[in-house]
Design a protein around this ligand. Sequence first.
Ligand SMILES: [Zn+2]
Length: 222
Amino acid sequence: MNGFWSALLAVGLACPVHAVAISADMPAEMRLSLEEALNFLEGIRSGQAKESQLHRELFGGIDGAAYDAFIDANVREIIPGECDPEPPMGCKVLARTYGWDQIQITPSFPRVDVVRRAVVLLHEARHFSLPDHGGHVVCPKPFLDAQGRDIVSVLTGESVAGLKSCDVGANGSYGLEYVFLTNLARGCSNCTEEITSKARFWAEQAYYRINDGSARAALRQD
Ligand SMILES: [Zn+2]
């Protein structure tokens, strides 16, 4: 089942109207993938599942309305952006903050699964709610995972060691990714198995962008 149809099933074929504005200049493919991601987020339900403490502090309960409200509180508009620079392999980022309250998505945004697209929007929205927009810090060099492998960007395949692609502490944009994704994986009542397995995969990618052990431990215990 491809990402589009599984996302539709995950939201019960509902197409709620989201409040955040999408630029009229948004190219059709980018708009479709963006609306799919926003609809996916808004469609998330948890049944009886209880959220973690960090999730409660960030969003409240595991529910689409809470994620929608988080984006609306921090983002005025989502606009199209270019790859910068234009590499042969595609863009180095899926999205970036722009100005005080806009998110730019790049031409690579439609090329990743709906879980990744949804969490990128929350990641960028989180920047706006942090002092100085919660800029990232340089990842250590070397930067290895628990198995001693180089930590690489899934998007570019490049090592992130020495790149400004990490966070200190559990409260930044990568911490938010981890908290959202782990709560989704264990608490979403209307997600497909494909969606929850993607959530677990992307949670581990976010975990390895946090370069201090105490923050990692706090996230694992949350
Ligand atoms: Zn960021």
